[in-house]
Design a protein. Structure first.
Length: 431
C-alpha cells in the first residue's frame, strides 16, 4: 500500500529519469532534447499510459514544483541576454527580431478567429502570442550543434531571437494585465502599459546605477569587500536566487506575473555587475541545476498536462491544431527568409535562418502553463499550443540542415575562389 509521498516520488522518478534518457536519445539523432522530454510527459500523461499507471492523480502535487521550474527556466533565459548585447544588436537583427514576432502574432490571431470563432479576442491573442516566440535557449543549442555559434550568421540569428523574446515577454505582460483587469478596456490597456513602463524603468534604473558605480570604481570596491567578509558558501548563487525572487515578486505584485520578473532579473546579472569569475561560476552552477533537473522536469510536466485524446475528439480542435502547425512554420520561415534576404544574406543562409527561427521552447510553454493555471487556457487549448511547439521544434533542425550545408558549401567555394584569385595575382606580380 503506497502513500501520497511514495506516489509522488514514483511519478517524479519516472518523469525525470525518462525525460533525461529520451532527451539524450533525441540528441543522438540530431534533434532537440526538449521534444523527447515533452513526448515523455505525453506518454506518461492522460493521453496514453497515465491512467493505466495510476500517476495522473499526482499531477496536482507538482504545481509548486512546476512554478519553481518555470522560475528557474525564465531566469536562465534572462541570464543568456545582457543589456550590452541588446544595445549592440544592431538595426538588422532588431528588424528581423521584431518582424518574426509581430507578423506571426497578428496573423496568428486572425487564423484563430477564422478557424475557431468560438474563441474570444483574449484567447486568440494569447494563442497567437505563444506561437510567435522563437526559443532562445533552443536556438542556441541548435547553433552550437551546427557549429555556428561563433560565426557572423550565428550571432545575427541569435541576436534576432533576443529581440523577439524581449518583445514577446513584454507583450505578454501587457496582455495578461489587461486580461485580468476588471476595468474598461482602454483603462486596462493604459494601466498595463504604465505598469510595464514602471517595471522596466525600475530594471533599467538599477542597471544604469550599477554602470555608474562601476565607472567610479565604487562597485568594484563593494564586490571586493563582500568577498572578504561574506563567509556563507555559494553566496553568489544565493544572491542570484534572491535577486530573481525579488524581481519575480515585484512583477507579480504589479500584476505582470512572476515570469516577467524572473526573465528580466537575469539581465541584471552580468560579468560587469558580478565580476567575470563569479559570473562564470554562478552561471555554470545555475545552468547545471536548470538543465540537469528543472528543464527535463518542466517539459515532462508540460507533456503530462496535455491530453491529445481530448483534442482528437473535436474536429475543430484538430483543424486548429493542424492550421497553427502549418502557420507557425510558414510564417516564421517566410518572415525570416524575406527579412534576411533583404539584408543581404544569401538564399541558403536566409532559408536556414527562417527554419532555425521556427523553434519553440521554454518561454512560450511557461507562458502557456501560467495561462492554464489562471484559467485563460483550458486543457484543449494548452494541448494545441504544446503540440505546435513539439511539431515545429522537431522540424526546425531537420529543415535547416540542408540549407546550412548549402550555405557552407557556398562559403567554402567563395573562399577557394578568393584564394585562387589572390594566388594568381601574386604569381603575375612575381613574373
Amino acid at each position: 500500500m503506497t502513500n501520497a509521498t511514495t506516489e509522488f516520488l514514483i511519478a517524479l522518478f519516472l518523469l525525470v529519469a525518462l525525460a533525461v534518457l529520451v532527451g539524450e536519445i533525441f540528441t543522438r539523432f540530431g534533434l532537440v532534447a526538449l521534444v523527447g522530454q515533452l513526448l515523455v510527459g505525453v506518454l506518461l500523461g492522460p493521453t496514453l499510459l497515465g491512467n493505466f499507471l495510476g500517476i495522473t492523480s499526482t499531477i496536482s502535487s507538482f504545481t509548486g514544483l512546476q512554478t519553481v521550474a518555470t522560475f528557474f527556466i525564465l531566469l536562465m533565459a534572462g541570464l543568456s541576454v545582457s543589456p550590452q548585447q541588446v544595445w549592440e544588436t544592431g538595426p538588422a537583427a532588431a528588424l528581423l527580431g521584431v518582424a518574426i514576432f509581430l507578423v506571426p502574432f497578428l496573423g496568428g490571431a486572425g487564423v484563430v478567429f477564422l478557424l475557431y470563432p468560438g474563441f474570444g479576442s483574449r484567447e486568440a491573442l494569447f494563442i497567437a502570442l505563444t506561437i510567435s516566440i522563437t526559443a532562445l535557449p533552443v536556438l542556441a543549442i541548435m547553433l552550437r550543434e551546427f557549429g555556428l555559434t561563433q560565426t557572423k550568421f550565428g550571432t545575427f540569428v541569435l541576436n534576432a531571437s533576443v529581440i523577439n523574446e524581449l518583445a514577446a515577454v513584454t507583450t505578454f505582460a501587457i496582455l495578461l494585465s489587461v486580461a485580468t483587469s476588471t476595468t474598461g478596456i482602454w483603462t486596462a490597456v493604459g494601466s498595463a502599459v504604465g505598469l510595464v513602463a514602471l517595471f522596466l524603468g525600475t530594471i533599467l534604473g538599477i542597471h544604469f546605477l550599477l554602470r555608474a558605480l562601476r565607472r567610479v570604481r565604487l562597485w568594484d570596491r563593494i564586490v571586493a569587500r563582500f568577498r572578504e567578509t561574506w563567509r556563507s558558501r555559494e553566496a553568489g548563487f544565493a544572491f542570484l536566487i534572491v535577486l530573481g525572487l525579488a524581481s519575480a515578486l515585484y512583477s507579480q505584485f504589479l500584476g505582470l506575473t512572476f515570469v516577467v520578473g524572473a526573465f528580466y532579473a537575469g539581465l541584471l546579472v552580468t560579468p560587469e555587475s558580478a565580476g567575470a569569475r563569479e559570473h562564470r561560476s554562478v552561471s555554470s552552477m545555475f545552468e547545471a541545476i536548470t538543465w540537469g533537473f528543472f528543464i527535463p522536469l518542466f517539459f515532462a510536466l508540460v507533456g503530462f498536462d496535455t491530453n491529445f485524446a481530448s483534442l482528437f475528439s473535436d474536429p475543430l480542435g484538430i483543424a486548429l491544431f493542424a492550421a497553427l502547425c502549418l502557420y507557425g512554420l510558414t510564417a516564421k520561415i517566410f518572415m525570416g527568409t524575406v527579412v534576411s534576404r533583404s539584408l543581404g544574406w544569401s538564399r541558403p543562409e536566409s532559408l536556414a535562418a527562417g527554419w532555425l527561427l521556427t523553434s519553440r521552447g521554454a518561454v512560450e510553454l511557461a507562458m502557456a502553463t501560467i495561462l492554464l493555471q489562471v484559467g485563460i487556457f483550458d486543457t484543449q487549448v494548452f494541448t494545441i499550443v504544446a503540440g505546435v511547439g513539439i511539431v515545429t521544434t522537431l522540424l526546425s533542425p531537420i529543415g535547416a540542415r540542408p540549407f546550412i550545408r548549402a550555405a557552407t558549401r557556398e562559403r567554402v567555394a567563395q573562399e577557394e575562389a578568393t584564394r585562387k584569385a589572390a594566388a594568381g595575382t601574386t604569381e603575375r606580380v612575381t613574373l
